[in-house]
Design a protein around this ligand. Structure first.
Ligand SMILES: Nc1ncnc2c1ncn2[C@@H]1O[C@H](COP(=O)(O)OP(=O)(O)OP(=O)(O)O)[C@@H](O)[C@H]1O
Ligand SMILES: [Mg+2]
Length: 320
């Protein structure tokens, strides 16, 4: 990303609600053409940070620059540079207006002319298969349909930057997939930038170019999904039923050169990290045979969820 244009930079951003600190110094860069995911436990500060850069919440201290504009000085210009979808979908549009009326209202509010609004609305509704819902009242839509409207609203003015706070929450797999595909194309082909949060880690793994782990108001780790997974210490696992493997056998397996160690994943399973899944599995199987152990086994690749648990666990002990 080093050759890409810097769209957003946040430095030492802090935020306290009363006496309670929620952000303790966030440094983050967002580049053109990238999807950056903020991951973190509930209450970590993700929404607080997004609301600050979306100008909906005042920060306590720090500096934010968006496409050369300072958040503290150029609020008006900055508001045209991004689209935002918050966590609270129900309150993001007028219940008693139709989808079309809502999009028109918010488009006009942004200073778009009717023709542009119409064109954008047609394009987005076509893409999201949403034409048949355009004349329905917002309050009569399902949760996922409302979410789709709110995403369309955020994209109406074709902004260079998009902030999405849990965008596919409550969406069925088909529309979720469509929205992910649309966003990936939008960002990568049109050189936009997307900052999103999500607790669906398979989605983040599929979409994000980089991931920032936020925990207790600080950014702990930033990297590509594969970098984060690699830092768990193994690329693959072999898992055996814990109650079928005596301690002595477990020790023999752990001592194998192809086994990187035991990882804590699930209570019922012993998880051995492997660098090379084929050689590692073969070596483990040989020991099981020699020891006459009968156990189910499963092979798995390290997931972003493993990386999340690994890092958040480590950060917990670092910050405690
Ligand atoms: N309006 C508010 N007043 C007081 N405290 C708040 C307010 N909003 C958030 N907080 C606190 O700030 C911290 C960060 O909250 P935030 O909503 O940013 O977390 P989050 O990472 O978005 O969590 P989630 O994954 O649950 O959406 C939490 O401890 C929360 O209780
Ligand atoms: Mg949140």
């Amino acid at each position: 990303m080093t050759n890409s244009k810097l769209f957003l930079s946040a430095r030492h951003v802090t935020k306290s609600y009363g006496d309670t600190p929620a952000l303790k110094g966030i440094d983050l860069d967002l580049y053109a053409g990238e999807i950056l995911a903020l991951l973190g436990p509930n209450g970590a500060g993700k929404t607080t940070f997004i609301k600050i850069i979306a100008t909906l919440l005042a920060k306590t201290a720090g500096r934010v620059q968006i496409l050369g504009h300072d958040l503290d000085q150029d609020l008006r210009s900055i508001r045209h540079l991004f689209g935002y979808v918050g966590q609270d979908t129900d309150r993001s549009a007028y219940a008693r207006l139709t989808v079309r009326q809502n999009l028109q209202f918010f488009g006009l509010l942004r200073g778009l002319n009717k023709r542009t609004i119409q064109e954008q609305q047609d394009k987005l509704a076509g893409f999201f298969d949403f034409r048949e819902n355009l004349d329905k009242l917002f309050m009569h839509l399902s949760g996922g349909q409302k979410q789709t409207v709110v995403i369309m609203r955020a994209l109406l003015h074709d902004p260079p930057i998009i902030y999405l706070d849990e965008p596919t929450k409550g969406l069925d797999p088909i529309i979720g997939k469509k929205i992910r595909a649309f966003l990936k194309t939008y960002v990568h082909q049109e050189n936009k930038a997307l900052l999103l949060t999500s607790h669906i880690l398979t989605e983040v793994d599929e979409m994000a170019d980089r991931v920032a782990l936020i925990h207790d108001g600080r950014i702990g780790v930033v990297g590509t999904p594969s970098e984060l997974k690699q830092s768990v210490g193994a690329a693959h696992f072999i898992e055996l039923e814990r109650d079928k493997v005596p301690t002595a056998v477990c020790e023999r397996i752990t001592a194998l050169p192809s086994v990187t160690g035991i990882l804590e994943r699930e209570l019922a399973w012993l998880s051995f990290g492997l660098d090379d899944p084929f050689a590692g599995t073969e070596a483990v199987m040989r020991i099981l045979q020699e020891e006459n152990i009968v156990t189910k086994f499963r092979n798995q690749g390290v997931s972003l969820e493993d990386a999340f648990i690994h890092h958040i666990g480590a950060l917990n002990s670092k910050f405690d």
